[in-house]
Design a protein. Structure first.
Length: 117
């Protein structure tokens, strides 16, 4: 079970990285707002996944690593036909911050997932 949980956590992180580093796909809804919502949700998921997977154990470290990933993605996006956006990075940081804030409330679940054999 532990291997499955860690694989799912890595799958979330890698899947979102692939989505962020491929040519732009239109998201449903008013584009500017929907894009930022997707960034917030994506980096909330990345922050929580980094805590569940074998990457980072403490919540602040996971949130900071998520923001660094977001910054790296914004730099690389310019090379893959997408545009850099400071507002995207802000949305990424908001998502990571929400992940940092939510994780203590999810601590029993996160601890249970980490303890699975």
């Amino acid at each position: 079970m532990r291997l499955l949980v860690r694989a799912a956590a890595w799958g979330v992180v890698l899947g979102l990285l692939i989505l962020m580093l491929t040519p732009h796909v239109r998201v449903p809804g008013p584009e500017a707002f929907a894009d930022k919502v997707w960034h917030v949700l994506g980096f909330l998921a990345i922050t929580l996944s980094l805590q569940v997977g074998p990457v980072w154990r403490d919540r602040l470290g996971a949130a900071l690593l998520a923001v660094l990933i977001g910054a790296g993605v914004e730099v690389v996006q310019d090379w893959v036909g997408r545009e850099r956006s400071l507002l995207d990075l802000v949305a990424d940081a908001v998502g990571a911050g929400i992940g940092w804030w939510v994780s203590p409330r999810l601590a029993p679940l996160i601890d249970w997932l980490k303890r699975q054999p």
